[in-house]
Structure formats: structure tokens, C-alpha cells
Ligand binder design. Structure first.
Ligand code: UDP
Ligand code: MG
Length: 325
């Protein structure tokens, strides 16, 4: 691991995706603003460092608050997406906007400990290109959230997906790592599954997760399930392999059943058997439908990817040098 020279502090952008965060925004701005200003005055990051708020098509006044923050603070800039594109796309929009040496991504509700930013920078200075924020305590999350998260991580692990457990999207990335991440052109990117694929020297910092400062979770069960499905189908073809295995087993079972049926016929004890016929129809019908469903998931992905649509459109920008209306 090579140490980075401490003579010139790196420029650092903090990317914050915001969706209907009107309650959490003021506190978020205040806390992140003071963290950034402290780091600037301690000369740990350069004065060009910024906070980039990405408004992910909020329906409340989040964008108005971001614009106001931009006009009052030189270190704040904002990007407004034309409609709600989801947490991961909002993050990509913020990462694409940043030109700094180091980018931190963090949620607007500040459930993740902002004091880790300094430790992440230390790890960066020691030579890491990616520093993962890892929660070592989820006691403030609901039992439901904890259980489903645990199930999801172990399912992913069993399917051979390499991802950092208990790490969401709170991380530091160097310019180089961000540029590489932005080379992944797939739609609906599951960023925390892609980042470990980048390689580079990485390290972890640990923290305990707080409760949301204000407002409600913007991840209802529907969005959680779609993120999980996205994570699995975009990173592994294990479900397809499982279908092949299932297909193989059912073939063997059907051959055995056929032999049994023929023997019964030769013995002259047929006619009855309606039950077994019905069971086989239902069984194979079910298996086929299940398989079709999983295949459909991948076919759907191919369909979406071949269209190669842009992931987002920036409607308006505030702050920074390249202001666009
Ligand atoms: N978010 C977003 N777009 C969405 C949903 C969420 O930009 O469609 C943002 C949200 O504003 C927050 C972050 O993603 O900054 C994480 O969301 P949240 O804290 O609600 O998720 P949870 O912590 O409950 O999993
Ligand atoms: Mg949260």
C-alpha cells in the first residue's frame, strides 16, 4: 500500500441523494457543512471541496431547500433529476457530477456516522482507493429490516456474489475508482455489488448506525425487494444454473415415474391413477412456471440493457463553476 503525499490535501465531494427529504435536509446540511468546513480549515481537504445534493425527483420542497443552500454556501452544489430514478441512479448522477480527487457517498438521513469521513480520509491517505463504511451495530434498525438484511446478505453469499456485509452506500472512492465505476453502463446498477468488482486497494471503517434524523424511510418493502432482485440478477447467473439442476432432477423423476407407469400398465392395474396424473400435471406445471419466471427475469434484463437508455437527465444545476439553467 503506497502512502499518498500529504503536502497537497485532496479535494473531496460529499454526494448526498435526496428523495422527499424536506424534514432531514436542514440537519443534514448543517452537520455535513460543519464536517466539511472543519476538514477544510484543518487542511485535510482542499478549499474546492463540496457537498453535492442530488434531488431524485422529490415531490416536496427538497429542491427549493437545496437551491437556497447553494445560494448561501459556496461549498454546496445541487443536481435535480427530472423524475424519481431511485437511490442508486441518484448516486450515480452525483458521482458523475463530481470532479474531485475523493468522493464520499452518504444518505441524507445521516444514519451513518459522519465522523467516519475523517477516518475514511486517513485510510485514503494511507493508500486505499475504496473505503467501505461498515455498520457493526444495527440495533436501531427494526427487527424486520435486520432480519431481511441478514437473509439477503447470506443469500447473496451463497450465490457467489462478493459484497461487503453490512455495508450500504456509505463509502469513500478515489477519482480513479469513481471513473472506473462510471464505466459500468448497465441500467439500474446495484452499486454495492459492483464496487468490489473494481478491485483496487480497499479498507473498512466501522461505526454503529443511528436512527433517521427526521422523516420516514424512503425504502418501502417494494423498493427493498426490487433492490434485492436487481442485486441478484445483475451480478450472478446462479438462479439460471439452479434451473438447469432442477430440470435435471425433474427429468430423472419423470423417467422413474414413466417406468413405474409402464410396469403398472403391463400388470393390468391401470384406470385408476387420476390422482397421480393430476399431481404430475400440477407438479410439472409449477416447476415450468417457476423456471419461466426466473428466465423471464434475465430476458427482461437483456431487453432493458439492449435499449441502452440514459440512466438520468439533469434538469438543472446550481453552484459550482458550470451553472446551467
Ligand atoms: N433515496 C433516493 N431515491 C429514492 C429512495 C431513496 O435518492 O427513490 C435516498 C434517500 O433520500 C436517502 C437514501 O436514498 O438519502 C437512503 O434512503 P433511506 O434512508 O430512506 O433508506 P433506509 O435507510 O431506510 O434503507
Ligand atoms: Mg436511511
Amino acid at each position: 500500500m503506497t502512502h499518498r503525499s500529504n503536502i497537497t490535501p485532496p479535494s473531496m465531494d460529499i454526494v448526498v441523494p435526496c428523495y422527499n427529504e424536506k424534514e432531514a435536509f436542514p440537519h443534514c446540511l448543517e452537520v455535513l457543512g460543519s464536517v466539511l468546513c472543519n476538514l477544510m480549515s484543518a487542511k485535510k481537504v482542499s478549499p474546492q471541496s463540496k457537498i453535492i445534493f442530488v434531488d431524485d425527483g422529490s415531490k416536496d420542497n427538497t429542491w427549493l431547500q437545496i437551491k437556497e443552500a447553494c445560494s448561501k454556501n459556496g461549498f454546496v452544489s445541487g443536481v435535480k433529476l427530472s423524475r424519481n430514478r431511485g437511490h442508486q441512479n441518484a448516486l450515480i448522477a452525483g458521482l458523475s457530477e463530481s470532479k474531485s480527487d475523493v468522493v464520499i457517498s452518504i444518505d441524507a438521513d445521516l444514519q451513518d456516522d459522519v465522523h467516519c469521513i475523517e477516518s475514511m480520509l486517513e485510510e485514503y491517505n494511507k493508500g486505499s482507493d475504496i473505503v467501505y463504511g461498515v455498520r457493526n451495530d444495527r440495533s436501531t434498525d427494526s427487527v424486520f429490516k435486520r432480519t431481511t438484511a441478514k437473509m439477503f446478505y447470506s443469500l447473496m453469499e451463497n450465490m457467489g456474489v462478493n459484497q461487503v456485509s453490512n455495508h450500504a452506500d456509505y463509502r469513500l472512492m478515489s477519482r480513479n475508482a469513481v471513473d472506473c465505476l462510471l464505466n459500468f453502463k448497465e441500467q439500474n446498477m446495484y452499486i454495492r455489488g459492483i464496487v468490489p468488482l473494481l478491485g483496487f486497494t480497499s479498507s473498512k471503517v466501522y461505526y454503529s448506525r443511528d436512527e433517521r434524523v427526521a422523516g420516514e424511510s424512503k425504502y418501502p418493502i417494494k423498493k427493498m425487494i426490487s433492490l434485492a432482485v436487481e442485486g441478484i440478477t445483475s451480478l450472478t447467473i446462479t438462479p439460471l444454473r439452479m434451473i438447469s439442476a432442477l430440470g435435471f432432477i425433474t427429468c430423472i423423476i419423470s423417467i422413474i415415474t414413466a417406468i413405474y407407469a409402464i410396469i403398472e400398465k403391463i400388470n393390468g392395474s391401470t384406470v385408476e391413477g387420476w390422482t397421480s396424473v393430476m399431481i404430475s400435471i400440477i407438479f410439472f406445471g409449477g416447476v415450468q412456471l417457476l423456471c419461466l419466471g426466473v428466465i423471464g427475469e434475465y430476458v427482461g434484463k437483456i431487453y432493458i440493457e439492449t435499449k441502452g437508455r440514459p440512466r438520468f437527465f439533469v434538469e438543472e444545476k446550481q453552484g459550482g463553476n458550470d451553472e446551467v439553467k
